[in-house]
Design a binder for this molecule. Sequence first.
Ligand SMILES: [Zn+2]
Length: 425
Amino acid sequence: MRTLLRGGIVVSMDPVIGDLSRGDVLIEDGRIAAVAVTIDAAGAEVVDASGKIVLPGFVDTHRHTWQTAFRGIGADWTFAQYHAAMHGTLRPHYLPADVHLGNLLGRVEAVGSGVTTMVDWFHCADRPENADAAIEALREAPGHSIFCYGANSQDEITRVRAQLPGDDMMLGLRGPQRAPMDDVAADVALARELGLRVSVHAHTAADGGVDRRPIAGMYDRGLLDDRTTVVHANGISDDQVAMLAEAGCSVSISPDVELKMGFGWPETGRMLAAGIRPSLSIDDCPSAGGDMFSTMRTALAVQRGLDGGLTTRDLLEFATLDGARACGLDARTGSITVGKDADLVLLDAEDPSVFPVGDPVGTVVAAGHPGLVDSVFVAGEAVKRNGRLLGVDLPALRARVLASRDRIAAAAGVPVDGSWTPQLS
Ligand SMILES: [Zn+2]
């Protein structure tokens, strides 16, 4: 099975291939077989990529996908209000069917906007059936998904690991800001035993009473390594940034949520100064939009405002190759490189919002949006073509999600029209 993407503006993010103002990409058996100005591929199915920007698919390294049905409801909330609302009020009413629908809609949205690899950071873990439903939805939706399980027990982690081998699972640590360090240590030990990467939330601007040196606590006990992703990291001290760098950790920055919820400035610049290339993530859709374009733009604008020291190409690399590295998948995705999976996004370069395209990277980061996503390929398989998702019954999905959202909201006794201001206990 061979497919030739012909005549696109190719932004490979591969240091050897670079950018091609007009180039071809050959896909063979799901992998990238060649990238060149012109490729003669007799017998291949030809996709006309003229007038399109061809990019590697985006990698989102942290998204609480189960919350998608409550999109936008918390756009004005603080972190404490988000926590009280989503985890305190709504989460107890989630049944497995609701988890399934939230994950399905969220994953469909992500892939439709070009996110070919996504870490589903799952903490709606009140019962094992919720996790099963989440995983089922990730399998049903297009795109490569990694189930990052924030389970409440080690038995649960072990149970799910038996179903999800390889790179399809991570351990979502309860972390030093939510659990005693002995528990954190035991969870990291389990992750190492089961061969799981770990992801842990840590920032110092959270609600009161938290461990303000979460990284130092883990570092001192040898719990950080190059299989650890720290989410946010806002406000951590310089010595803790140095610990992250020394241990080889990656850092996932969620700029929109961090700013809107008052975590402080996204730490892109401080991480770069310490030698850490961050990845980017959406975090939660009740508070922020779900696409990587606005995420790149926010991160860029903040850091340019602070010190002017970031380029649009840095941002695109965070959203692709550095995200793949954070998942341990950079040999497989994150750039248009021969031998990698053909995880590709075609953007409409002729839309008035971006035309005429001179610098494609600058255009994508400064002016890109999900409405430009014409086509998406995951491991060579088309999952979106001509602006339409393939194999997804969106009207039916919308109806089911609405019913799910309304049932949960009614059970919790809260409105969904933006008038709900969560009360803090
Ligand atoms: Zn998070």
